[in-house]
Design a protein around this ligand. Sequence first.
Ligand SMILES: C[S@@+](CC[C@H](N)C(=O)[O-])C[C@H]1O[C@@H](n2cnc3c(N)ncnc32)[C@H](O)[C@@H]1O
Length: 204
Amino acid sequence: MEFTNTWFQGVCPAWEQLLPIYKPAKILEIGSFEGQATCWLMQFCSRWHPLEIHCVDTWEGGVEHHAGGAYEVDMVAVEQRFRRNVEEAARSLSHGVELRLHKTISADALVNLLHQGYSDYFDLIYVDGSHLAADVLQDAVLGFRLLRRGGLLIFDDYLWIGDPNAPVDPYAIPKVAIDAFINLYRPRLRLLQASNLQVYVLKN
Ligand SMILES: C[S@@+](CC[C@H](N)C(=O)[O-])C[C@H]1O[C@@H](n2cnc3c(N)ncnc32)[C@H](O)[C@@H]1O
């Protein structure tokens, strides 16, 4: 498999501890990029049972990936790597993985899933798409409806601030949205743990 970054490696130890407790089978990933988390989930979780993994991504990048952004990247090549990587990861798994791709903006994909009857369906939802606060909030609120009771919601990039050389734009970071969501949904969730990288929440 071919990955051009190490974002995921920092969170692996936490996932290796948590996921054996919850053994998710139905997984929704918002923001898949080159498929690093997707491939890891395919290989780690398929030891227990067959998996259904839904990947939502425009494969157009977030604002930080666009021309002139802090992390400008060729998203056509990223999508091609995603497709090659998941194909490679699918070889030699203990159980089958049904991979469903939703190539569109997350709000549309999540609303479509709700319309198709996927309310309270997923065991694990990983929010790692747009970093704009309004988008993260939208992904959290819609994702929460798609998550079953007892399901695990993971937010990535809790303290991500974008370009470290530019002033922090509070509308363009996940933290304000994650905090707002957790505060408003507090009676309906349990905060499991949080680090500077990720926040882990269970739906009551
Ligand atoms: C940080 S990357 C995801 C990293 C990935 N989870 C991994 O393991 O490497 C964010 C991804 O979200 C996608 N994205 C950004 N905004 C989006 C939106 N509004 N809807 C869907 N995907 C979006 C981008 O195209 C990009 O591939």
